[in-house]
Design a protein around this ligand. Sequence first.
Ligand SMILES: [Zn+2]
Length: 62
Amino acid sequence: MTNTETVRCSRCGKDVTYHYHPVNHGKQLLLSVVTLGLWLPVWLCQAFCPTKLCDQCNGPIW
Ligand SMILES: [Zn+2]
């Protein structure tokens, strides 16, 4: 899942293409059950606001 759109990576110091951190929903569901729902907000956050990762350095872009 690579974009042609570019964003500025603070680590690389240049415009780079990016991809999204894949979310393992099975694992997130398991974590939510184990933590009695405490993990749910984190899961939702990851599902709706996925972290952009730099294609060059693989670092998160904020
Ligand atoms: Zn980078």
